[in-house]
Design a binder for this molecule. Structure first.
Ligand SMILES: C[S@@+](CC[C@H](N)C(=O)[O-])C[C@H]1O[C@@H](n2cnc3c(N)ncnc32)[C@H](O)[C@@H]1O
Length: 391
């Protein structure tokens, strides 16, 4: 699966950056007695202040970066998302809170769409762990919707008593995950140790939290994993969702990401898990290469999202594929409305729709889950196809 051997080389600055972060991680490994869990490694590689992939200045998003996301590749995605938010805001009022706003592309397109629909919320809040990205988001908004900047507010922590809609695209896949290997009928933690060339995988006894999580997954799926089966568990998901639920007084949370219901995620045939790294639009399966310079992600177990949401006091009010969510939010109507677009722009719009909806592209791999507190009206994005029974 890895194409690491053929990836473009690094410049001196990048190599030095990578070495500084690697030295910091080696320090953490030494402090911990020679071994850390993979989630700790992933957390430092992505979010170590000033050095991690999302905390430092790498370009990351878009054509000049490492990967593209739906809002980057297709503004019509964000327009449909704005339509879904508008339906909720019309009924219950409130603001929009975007978690993990990346380059700010979705915020810019959504604000423009709210304006054209005549339903601008008073405030568009952004909460992102990356201080570096905050500047990038501001620059995107200044360039695209300067007159709406006064509505945008950057938060350092979840708000209190938020009412409205919370949106997060491709944030869950960026939360650190633990890894395990199934050996001799028990879970072993797959962690990280320092090696001469950098880092390498090393197994250790699973701690109580990981062992319990793997047990619960096996009970739920009834999976018969082969010896050596490897997968991931997102033990940080429940606290993350609890914080989101704690911030919400009433409204809807819409989470979009690539992932699967648990039975498919942990199917016995998926023997190597879902961990994937992105560097300059190529993927590889080596999280120890180019530490701090490449993205590290894992697919989302949406059953775990639903369970954690319910424990946190949120109702699961919808689950569907990205394609069906967009169709429910009038993707077709937006494609037909080509007034003022030249031929190239029309072709581009059709291309965007294909990337977003085709099963071989983002259409089925990406799912949308809707969680709600004190909101029980139907959501149009889940009217075409509701897959909650698969969770
Ligand atoms: C893969 S990027 C997606 C960016 C953007 N939503 C998009 O679709 O283009 C992940 C984003 O989530 C942010 N992030 C990661 N963990 C977070 C957390 N716990 N809370 C808020 N933002 C987070 C990262 O800084 C980054 O902006």
């Amino acid at each position: 699966m890895s194409d690491a051997g053929t990836l473009p080389g690094l410049g001196a600055d990048a190599a030095e950056h990578c070495e500084r972060l690697s030295a910091r991680i080696r320090g953490a490994i030494a402090d911990a007695g020679g071994w850390i869990g993979f989630a700790r490694y992933m957390e430092m590689a992505l979010y170590e202040p000033g050095l991690g992939y999302y905390s430092a200045g790498a370009r990351k998003f878009g054509e000049g970066g490492d990967f593209v996301t739906a809002p980057e590749v297709a503004p019509v995605f964000s327009r449909c998302m704005a339509g879904q938010c508008a339906e909720v805001l019309a009924l219950q009022g409130g603001d929009v809170l975007e978690l993990g706003a990346g380059s700010g592309a979705m915020a810019a397109s959504m604000l423009a769409e709210f304006e054209s629909l005549g339903v601008l919320p008073a405030r568009y809040l952004i909460l992102d762990v990356s201080a570096d990205l905050r500047e990038r988001q501001r620059a995107t908004l200044v360039a695209a919707v300067p007159h709406m900047l006064e509505r945008v507010e950057w938060l350092d922590r979840p708000p209190d008593g938020f009412e409205g809609v919370v949106v997060a695209n491709e944030v869950l896949d960026a939360l650190p995950v633990d890894r395990f290997a199934w050996r001799g009928g028990e879970a072993r933690a797959l962690g990280v140790t320092a090696s001469a060339g950098g880092f390498e995988w090393a197994e250790a006894a699973a701690g109580p939290a990981l062992a319990a999580a793997v047990d619960a997954i096996r009970c739920d799926c009834g999976a018969d994993w082969p010896d050596g089966y490897v997968s991931e568990v997102n033990t940080g998901l429940a606290p993350w969702l609890a914080a989101v639920a704690g911030a919400l007084k009433s409204g809807v949370v819409l989470l979009v990401d690539y992932g699967l219901p648990r039975r498919e995620f942990y199917a016995a045939e998926r023997t190597a898990g879902t961990l994937l790294c992105h560097f300059r639009h190529r993927f590889n399966d080596d999280p120890f290469a180019r530490t701090g310079l490449q993205d590290i992600t894992a697919w989302v177990d949406f059953t775990a999202v639903a369970e954690a949401a319910e424990i946190a006091g949120l109702d699961v009010v919808g689950f569907t594929t990205q394609a069906h969510f967009l169709i429910g939010n009038d993707l077709a109507g937006r494609l037909q409305d080509v007034t003022g677009l030249d031929l190239v722009q029309r072709v581009n719009l059709s291309r965007q729709a294909m990337v977003l909806t085709l099963p071989g592209e983002m259409g089925e791999r990406f799912k949308v889950i809707a969680l709600a507190k004190g909101y029980d009206a139907p959501l149009r994005g889940f009217a075409v196809r509701d897959l909650r029974h698969t969770l």
